[in-house]
Design a binder for this molecule. Sequence first.
Ligand code: ADP
Ligand code: 5GP
Length: 203
Amino acid sequence: MSGSVLVLSGPSGAGKSTIISSASPYIGSYYFSISTTTRAPREGETHGKEYYFITKEEFEADIKTGNFLEYAMVHDNYYGTSLKPVNEALNDGKLVIFDIDVQGHRLVCDKLGDITTSVFITPPTLKTLESRLTSRGSDDMDVIRRRLHNAINEIHEIGEYDFLIINDTIESAAAEFVHVANAARLKYGSGEKKAFIENWIAQ
Ligand code: ADP
Ligand code: 5GP
């Protein structure tokens, strides 16, 4: 493997998707890992674009087969990262970007820690998060309440991340994300470093 990994986490409504699309033209080529979930698609979401939407039974069959690099239960739904496309992208030397929760971040660090950089993204305050979730208009009040409750738990995990981006204005948050993504590309795995040293001495 010669690629590297960038894990992006933060509460639902933090602005992760918005930041990735704003930063996308400035971070070179990368592979965005499309997750699989059992949650229902929101209005405007399509199968294979934002997520692969499957049933709980299908998801559990995939777990048994060992198809996931990591998976977790988030807000009462399964979310998971398929192993095969990620391995292929890493073997191609790509930067692989994951939008996954704090549990998924821990699992990715266990497996790919030496090539992983992580960034936690959040709006400046809980109140801002609430108003952004409300104005996004994609979830009902019950779901928003559950997401805000979850956000209070997630915010305590900031210390586990390499970087923190406070998404106040989209312009400055996207600019910071560009720096983080370009730094993530420069992370070499221990195998690559060892090979480099051997080659460096031999030349
Ligand atoms: P996530 O992908 O983290 O769930 P989104 O990217 O969908 O979050 O953003 C949630 C909502 O907040 C969207 O309606 C988006 O347009 C809005 N938003 C994102 N960043 C900002 C910002 N800096 N200022 C104002 N609104 C924002
Ligand atoms: P949403 O339903 O708002 O799209 O996502 C809810 C949460 O699930 C977010 O925190 C998001 O980062 C997380 N998530 C999305 N895909 C995955 C995944 O494949 N694995 C894990 N562990 N979390 C995910």
